[in-house]
Design a binder for this molecule. Structure first.
Ligand code: MRU
Length: 346
């Protein structure tokens, strides 16, 4: 049975989350009753990964509700709207954050009284966390059928348990395959500059007992030429209604190389990652992070003074490169402009 530490938890009006910047060297937690500290943790990437950011945002709203000094429902709703607006400004690409904040706001605005609103917000945040874990478990059940005994699976960034409530998205099929006794190995792209692949994916797969190797992001070409790669599974931060997939920068080149080598390229994501309000890839807001996150490595400058880096944190993979999208409701295949709306009953 899978035994990984919980990414984020709610207990007695406090939030406890793993500080992912400290991994893999130490497993440290941030514990707070201040919703602004949770917003800060999202901004600083102490917690990251689209579904985990969504749960963290929901818990931040719950902290705001529980510790609010509002004297009536109207005051509470206005505080929650301010909190929601700050949370929406933390990271722009992960749709789960916007989805979760809207869910919590809608729940609060339906409540008949101040006390019921507080309770309803906490219950909703906990439900979002539970639903995420359940969705990922199902993604695992659908996706494990794609992994055969002896396979090599490639992934990028960390779309693992650490990026979600539990199980992960891209890793859920791996964990389910492991539970069914399949033997396989994983090649994780290290994922410059935050090294989510080398630090986080390698850490949690190792904890789970899965054979994992790290490769630098620029070695996907030679690795696909010289090693047998059977399958690529990646996560997603936002998927449009026609199947454009925003995910960690480097995913698009990975999809191109996979296509050239005839390697199936799957995306694993819960339905909370789908933004049906947009169609094309150019409509997805792409986070651009500070130059220093690239020009410095662990506080040491690596580029000449006066030279800046251009750091897009995500890229967009077009639907024609995506073999299938593994969701909690099943795997959808092209044409996505039909299969994605159908997934939502449209
Ligand atoms: O910048 P990050 O670490 O938040 O980026 C994470 C990713 O790109 C993940 O692949 C994505 O959020 C899916 S997580 C299940």
């Amino acid at each position: 049975m899978l035994r990984l530490p919980r990414t984020i938890e709610w207990a007695d009006g406090r939030v406890r989350l793993i500080n992912q910047l400290k991994l893999p060297h130490s497993l440290e937690y941030i514990e707070t009753s201040d919703w602004r500290r949770v917003a800060e943790a999202i901004r600083r990437m102490e917690i990251r990964g689209a579904p985990a950011i969504g749960v963290a945002a929901a818990f931040a709203m719950a902290l705001a509700a529980v510790h609010s000094k509002a004297r009536n429902l109207e005051e509470l709703l206005s505080e929650l709207r301010a909190c929601a607006s700050e949370l929406r400004g933390t990271r722009p690409t992960a749709y789960n954050l916007f989805w979760a904040v809207d869910q919590v706001l809608a729940t609060a605005s339906r409540a008949p009284s101040l006390d019921e609103a507080r309770e309803a917000v906490v219950a909703k945040a906990l439900e979002i966390q539970r639903m995420d874990e359940e969705a990922n478990r199902r993604i695992g059940e659908h996706g494990e059928k794609l992994i055969a005994d002896g396979d090599t699976v490639m992934t990028i960034c960390n779309a693992g348990s650490l990026a979600t409530s539990y199980y992960g998205t891209a890793t859920a099929p791996m964990y389910a395959a492991l539970e069914r006794g399949k033997r396989f190995r994983v090649i994780a792209l290290e994922t410059r500059p935050y090294l989510q692949g080398a630090r986080l994916t390698a850490w949690e797969l190792k904890q789970a007992g899965i054979d994992v190797k790290i490769v630098t992001d620029n070695s996907i070409g030679i690795v696909m030429q010289r090693e047998r790669v059977d399958l690529v599974i990646v996560g997603a931060d936002r998927i449009t209604r026609s199947g454009y997939v925003a995910n960690k920068v480097g995913t698009y080149p990975l999809a191109l190389v996979a296509k050239e080598h005839g390697v199936p390229f799957y995306v694993a994501a819960p339905t909370s990652t789908f933004d049906l309000s947009i169609e094309g890839g150019e409509e997805i807001p792409i986070e651009v992070r500070p130059s220093e996150e690239v020009t410095y490595i662990f506080g040491q400058r690596i580029a000449p003074e006066g030279v800046e880096a251009l750091y897009y944190a995500f890229d967009v993979t077009p639907p024609k490169l995506v073999t299938g999208i593994i969701t909690e409701k099943g795997i959808v295949y092209p044409p996505y402009s039909k299969s994605i709306p159908a997934l939502f009953g449209r």
